[in-house]
Design a protein around this ligand. Sequence first.
Ligand code: GDP
Length: 349
Amino acid sequence: MFGDNHPLRMTEKTQMLADGILKRDRRSLSRAITLVESHKKEHSKQAELLIDYVLSRRRGQAMRKKDQDLLSTFRLGIAGPPGAGKSTFIEALGLMLIERGHRVAVVAVDPSSKRTGGSILGDKTRMTYLSRTLDAFVRPSPSSGILGGLAEHTNDVILLCESAGFDIVLIETVGLGQSEVAVDDAADMCLLLLPPAGGDDLQGVKKGIMEIADLVVINKADGELKTAAQHATASVRHALQLIRPRSLNWTPKVMRCSSLFNSGIDKVWDKVDEYRRTMLESGELGNKRKEQNHSWMLRQFHEQIMREARRHPSLQKTMTQIDSALVGGYVTPRRAAGELLKQFLEDKE
Ligand code: GDP
């Protein structure tokens, strides 16, 4: 069904990127991600071919090694309000994991860039030490003016990072609101990082974010903030008790750490690893990835149809006509959408 009748082949340049990724070259990875993020039609075709190629190579390798390659990687989502210390935490965690022999990629989900035309953290130098480490790959957040962010392509970007030999992918949310949902769709586990604020302040943390957390970590549990962090732990524990766990095999936990003073990060990772083993052994991790793939497929399908529709000249014309009918109240939006779909499908035949 796939591949045989593909109208296009990889260009020499794309082939070089694919080979570079398989050889764990970070520059090739970076350029491949730019290709994946591009909205140009020929770029997205090349990106599709590239991803197919590296994945089939990985599958081949996994079969030879007889292991479950696709589940030997781990995707940890890290959400939390701005200022909670996500960058500081990721830097500390990433460096610790590299010391333990892992290779770590950091990517950011940033739907806010769609609205603002650039990341809210656009020019911030992120994770200075980690960025300089050879066993790490830190994808900078999109600079201002570049549309997109990673939300639409997170899944492809993760697959590319894993194909370049990064066995742990940390997915940071940089935007607000929707990014938590996007991270849940892409990660094996969601870690919610909170500053030490308890009681009423916790009300500011939206219930939705709490609901997706598999592990809540109160950061900045140091110096004068230590007591506040203890109070916050109690409030979060209470809040978590009111939420029905998402998993049959895992109850969300709450812990404390100080990213700035590097204390408790190892304990946090032990918990993450306990989650990973529990979910892997119960089969829930495999199922979660299957469901995520399904929802990414639907999202991609939706986006591809919308893109085709936008490129469709006569549809654009009809849309302008229908728009005036809509303003005049001569047609309902539902009926108008039906007409557009009909024309789109007829023209495609
Ligand atoms: P982000 O917006 O969530 O990525 O937060 P940052 O990592 O940029 O951190 C925001 C501020 O909190 C910075 O000034 C950090 O130095 C500070 N910070 C981060 N982690 C800690 C911590 O563990 N303890 C203390 N005291 N400050 C921290």
